[in-house]
Design a protein around this ligand. Sequence first.
Ligand code: AMP
Ligand code: ZN
Length: 483
Amino acid sequence: MQIELFNTLTRRIDPFEPLRDGEVRMYTCGPTVYDYAHIGNMRAFLCADLLQRVLRVVGGYEVRWVMNITDIDDKTIRGSAPGSPLWRPEMGEQTDDPRENLRRYTSFYEQAFLEDIERLHIRRRDLSAMPRATEYIPQMQDLVRRIVERGFGYIAGNSVYFDLSAWQAVAPYGRLLPIDLASIKPGARIDADQYERQEVTDFVLWKAWKPGEPYWDFELQGRQLPGRPGWHLECSTMEHELLGLPFDIHTGGIDLRFPHHENEIAQSMAGYGVDPTRFWVHNEFLEVEGQKMSKSLGNFFTLRDLLKQGIDPLDIRFAMLGAHYRSPFNFTFAGIEAARGARKRVQEYIYALHEPAPDDGIHVDVAAVRERIFSHLAHDLHTPKAFAEFFSFLNATPATALSAESRREVLHFISELNQIVDVWDIAPRPPEEIPEEIRRLAEQRWQLRLQRRYAEADALRYQIQQAGYTIKDLRDGYIIERL
Ligand code: AMP
Ligand code: ZN
């Protein structure tokens, strides 16, 4: 099916075709591993996951999906420094090597991130690479060198900067978000990785080392410039190394349009001579009471916070996927609860499809339903319309009324849909779990029997039976069954 996507570059919904036949190459700006990610960050990764799954399942493409790990930037350096409140005992002792400290610190949060995305069913197997920025330093230095050689970068105070005035003379800047070019202060420079649109100036490609910070040696134009890459440079390099330029789709949250993505475009064009990608896809924010969820506002939850409250991560996945990615998602506990109910309803429907069908079961046109639902997904990932269509089908078509053939077809379709949504269990209802308390009593009884204390053992058997379970004794053990 033809996929259409809203492209930030053109500001309209465009038909999508990959550059190479049948294969989509897609890059997602990954997490900065300086702390646990909050669920606002997770929305960005869930939106990217939705996109790559729709490309595979609805578009029929192979997808090469790369998401980087930002393990060197202002925040990770700050967090791994001596005395940082974000340093945890699990990371071991701080050493006197800042690079080793950075490695210990970021690998802890990287591991936490991998566990979090796994819980949200963002599958590691769908990612063809998760490059760490620190593993591509020589390639980053090569890009800095190219940019400087082509006249779009310069050294100042042991750092290297991108020369915006030189670039502006030959190419547009502000392609993703309009920028007031008159506000550019010639010669002004910014070192921070993140900054506002009002601050548009020459930005840093390579940052000079400061005492106590991790650094890599770098020689440029006969000068020794120990330091580390700027954040924007990292993504430009890893895209080039792992996907090749140009590639098909670049994703991220809308806050990354400027300066991060704008600077990526400028760097890749200035250094490699290639406009890096044709489709820029940006997700809106996850909000709490009308404000972006963020660390700086303090209005955030991590996935772990929510798990501790007994929330199932798949209910979070389902709730987030249910909102259109270009609309703000308002996070509320009531919303998660509603998603839980809706998800469970579908699960019960799936179990019912596995039950024996009546002889006079009705037949439904599953192909038509599939066509409608998939075309909503193909049209700029419109999950709200797709889900509404799906639920109206379920409401109008009780599973118990369906013929055996229709049940098979509906089940097949739901399992296809679940390759995208990935929150249901397609198999028949599993045998009921034996409650912990019953298992404990059964084990006690078994021990009593081994001690030949039969009267006490029988009393426990009776107690277990009263609770609705029975025990079958085997020669060297027992099994518990529901009565
Ligand atoms: P970071 O780890 O800060 O680089 O952010 C990772 C991703 O999360 C980026 O794509 C951000 O745009 C995105 N992001 C940050 N906050 C939110 C939010 N409240 N809602 C949705 N996406 C967000
Ligand atoms: Zn990036």
